[in-house]
Design a protein around this ligand. Structure first.
Ligand code: UT7
Length: 335
């Protein structure tokens, strides 16, 4: 019997502070109507200064441990997907390990922009399937407000801060847990969505600061074109590859970057909207956090039950894109 990984608990954290479209109207030349119709976003959360990606991640992990009824000392590996690490090093995973008291865990970060969580999930899955570990925590967490230019209307309306986490454990059950994943990269897309400075190519200098190179740059139209094709394609492909169709699907959990991109994937999958988890209206694009945050909320809202077929799909800077297929293993919450 093959050993597989399943998601045994979820947890998430969003900051209290809400930044609405109306707040943004006072900061840049934009309006609520434009933002809602072009993106589907009404508001997003902003973490206060002095707190960072590791703090949100730690809150999500504490919630996850509470949900599973485990002590953090039982965690063996922590993987954090993020583009906004607290600092270059030590890794955010290490900081989370300390903050939650997971003294027995080793930890590291994965960088794949918005696809980071699915990349990290596939790495965590390997450590379970190989028999190396029994409890792996995978986190998607980003404090996007730390790299957003609130003078640039092209990007500042899109992003928000949040963290989501899942616990992976082994199962011997056939047709349960993580069934498949498909992941892709295309480095020719690097120039369309990036933060130019702060790395080894353009270390911080007066010039990089003057040029706003420590903020996100995005060519929205090019990313949109790429995303709308690739996210739909990979979601359809993973179902087909495993002998399923949209009809078999119970919940589609897409990366929340733009409601119009989600619409494109929903049409290609030929599924109804009641099978799609959408919370972009409340949180905007939280980069690596969108999928674990949406998953955790879907679970809390009773949208998932044991045996449900679920697809995650994503795309992001790099370019990167991918999909995960799984059978949900946690019973509906009782309350
Ligand atoms: O997870 C990361 C991956 N990133 C994404 O998924 C983003 C993908 N791209 C998008 O979601 C969309 O391209 C955007 C939402 C970023 C932009 O929407 P769009 O429909 O592609 O608009 P656009 O960039 O073509 O701009 C249309 C117009 C322009 O004005 P003109 O040139 O037609 O006069 C923009 O200057 O809208 C203007 N505009 C705005 N107006 C009001 C751009 N941003 C804003 C704004 N408020 N915030």
């Amino acid at each position: 019997m093959a050993r597989k990984a399943y998601i045994s608990a979820v947890g998430h954290y969003v900051p209290d502070k809400v930044l609405t479209n109306f707040d943004l109207e006072k900061m840049v030349d934009t309006n609520d109507e434009w933002i809602r119709t072009r993106t589907g976003i009404s508001e997003r959360r902003i973490l206060e200064p002095g707190r960072a990606t590791s703090d949100m991640s730690a809150e999500a992990v504490k919630k996850l441990c509470e949900n599973r009824g485990i002590d953090p000392m039982e965690i063996e590996l922590i993987i954090v997907a993020t583009v906004t690490p607290d600092m270059f090093f030590p890794s955010t995973g290490n900081l989370v390990q300390e903050k939650v008291g997971a003294k027995n865990a080793w930890s590291f970060d994965v960088a794949a922009a918005c696809s980071g969580f699915l990349y990290a999930l596939s790495v965590g899955t390997q450590y379970i399937e190989s028999g190396k570990h029994d409890k792996v925590v995978v986190i998607g967490s980003d404090k996007m407000s730390s790299i957003v230019n609130y003078r640039d209307r092209n990007t500042c309306v899109l992003f928000g801060d949040a963290a989501g986490a899942v616990l992976l454990e082994p199962t011997e059950k056939e047709d349960d847990g993580i069934l498949d994943s498909m992941l892709f990269s295309d480095g020719s897309g690097a120039d369309y969505l990036l933060m130019k400075a702060g790395g080894s190519l353009n270390p911080a200098s007066l010039e990089t600061i003057a040029n706003d190179w420590h903020f996100i740059y995005q060519d929205g139209k090019s990313v949109f074109k790429f995303a709308v094709t690739k996210m739909a394609e990979v979601a359809v492909d993973i179902l087909e590859k495993n002998g399923f169709t949209g009809e078999d699907l119970k919940l589609f959990v897409p990366h929340q970057a733009n409601l119009r991109i989600i619409d494109g994937a929903v049409k290609r999958l030929k599924i109804d909207y009641d099978k799609v988890m959408i919370n972009i209206n409340k949180y905007g694009n939280t980069t690596a956090a969108t999928i674990p945050l949406a998953l955790s909320e879907a679970y809390e809202q009773g949208k998932l039950d044991t045996g449900d077929l679920v697809v995650f799909a994503t795309f992001g800077g790099g370019f990167t894109w991918g999909s995960t297929l799984l059978r949900w293993s946690i019973p509906k919450p009782t309350k």
